[in-house]
Write a protein that binds this ligand. Structure first.
Ligand SMILES: *Cc1c(COP(=O)(O)O)cnc(C)c1O
Length: 393
């Protein structure tokens, strides 16, 4: 018999702490906030150690004890996660910091880190008996949901803005999903999905509107620790749309402390957004706990074209608790840094990856970063997915 894993003990509302049942399909909490999966970390302490994943397959499932899927047969696998953490000395020299690692998420199955979140959410939806899944997407989440839905044998409905990059649209179609194009933003696409949820019983996989995409993304935090040989970097720069990855890593660090893997120290977390859509940067600078909707969002970094995020308060809290910051980068500067990063490292990054490299250079100039800081830049996708897209400013 194959080993089953304990999974979550329950879900918890991130705003009120109210407990919810984990063994059935759940969306937002009763107050409309994201739910977090909670584990019996006390029981895992000393049994799930940094050495435990050592001889397991090189994918995100190596951290199975702190993941929600109980039955390994329900894992929908395409090779997601455990992407390389690449040492980039020439890029470090150019930016003027002690060390730069690029976490190259472009090497995931559909070319972006959305595979982690959707791989986990689709696996869990399958385990809990969903019959059809749906989501609004700025692009890459649609590819990932289509791929994992196809692999799981579940029908997938994707609604995207009509100016989503063409390679992504062709990919979604090739993966057999039902694709709807809309003249609007991801928030408008969300309304169409909600109608399908109400009328046709689709299960909604929107960012943070179900509890498990963030569980897939949190594996990036465990991986950084494992790939750095049991420590964390000084600073993590993350291109933030809905913020699942940043929120997920912050959750992973909290779990790692409860597991006894680390102490209270944390990397400084940096949110990077597009100058044409920067609701989190604006809220961070204003000292606000929540972010207002950004009007007229425009950027060619489609993953950053997210005018409002249901997890805004969680992003802002992680930035403040970590003594981090938030930076907005214009599109043309992202493009310049895609080229610099490419020439310095051999990685053809997404505009979102260019954005974090640009942000690191700005933060070095402004003194937030010093010449001995060791930093991780998240290149969240492959540049190949954006072929034909050009900066909007
Ligand atoms: C979705 C996406 C982002 C933003 O990710 P969030 O977790 O929603 O903040 C960044 N980069 C790329 C390439 C994306 O597809």
């Amino acid at each position: 018999m194959t080993e089953r894993f304990p999974g979550a003990t329950h879900l918890e509302c991130t705003a009120t702490g109210t407990r919810y049942e984990s063994e059935r399909l759940q969306g937002l909490s009763d107050v409309g906030k994201p739910l977090f999966a909670r584990y019996d970390l006390e029981a895992l302490r000393g049994r799930f150690t940094p050495a435990t994943p050592g001889d397991r397959a090189p994918d995100m499932w190596r951290y199975a004890e702190v993941l929600p899927v109980r039955d390994p047969a329900c894992r929908v696998r395409l090779g997601e996660g455990f992407t390389p953490l690449l040492d980039a000395p020439r890029l470090a020299g150019r930016i003027g910091v002690g060390r730069v690692w690029v976490k190259d998420e472009g090497q995931n199955p559909t070319g972006s880190f959305k595979d982690r979140g959707l791989g986990m959410a689709v696996s869990r939806a399958k385990e809990l008996g969903a019959s059809a899944i749906a989501l609004p997407s700025a692009g890459n989440a649609g590819s990932a949901a289509s791929a994992y839905g196809a692999a799981a044998g579940l029908p997938v409905h994707v609604v995207v803005p009509k100016d989503t990059p063409r390679p992504i649209l062709e990919e979604i179609r090739a993966l057999g999903a039902d694709l709807q194009l809309l003249d609007g933003l991801i928030t408008d696409c969300g309304r169409v999905v909600r109608r399908g949820v109400e009328e046709k019983g689709w299960f909604d996989l929107s960012t943070l509107k179900e509890p498990y995409r963030v569980e897939g993304k949190k594996t990036m935090g465990y991986e950084l620790f494992e790939q750095l040989g049991g420590r964390l970097p000084d600073v993590i720069l993350y291109p933030t749309g809905g913020g699942t990855g940043l929120i997920g890593m912050w959750k992973a660090f909290d779990e790692m402390e409860r597991l006894g893997w680390i102490g209270p120290e944390r990397p400084r977390m940096v949110t990077v957004q597009a100058a044409g859509c920067a609701p989190m940067v604006r809220a961070f600078e204003a000292g606000a706990d929540h972010a207002d909707m950004w009007e007229g969002a425009a950027t060619y970094a489609s993953g950053l074209r997210v005018p409002g995020a249901v997890g805004d308060f969680l992003i802002l809290r992680a930035l403040r608790e970590s003594r981090g910051t938030a930076v907005a980068i214009p599109d043309h500067e992202m493009e310049e840094w895609v080229h610099r990063m490419g020439a310095d490292t051999g990685i053809f990054g997404a505009p979102e990856g260019g954005a974090v490299a640009a942000a690191a250079a700005r933060l070095r100039e402004g003194g937030f970063l010093s010449d001995d800081d060791e930093i991780v830049l998240f290149n969240t996708g492959s540049g190949l997915k954006y072929v034909g897209m050009t900066p909007v400013d």
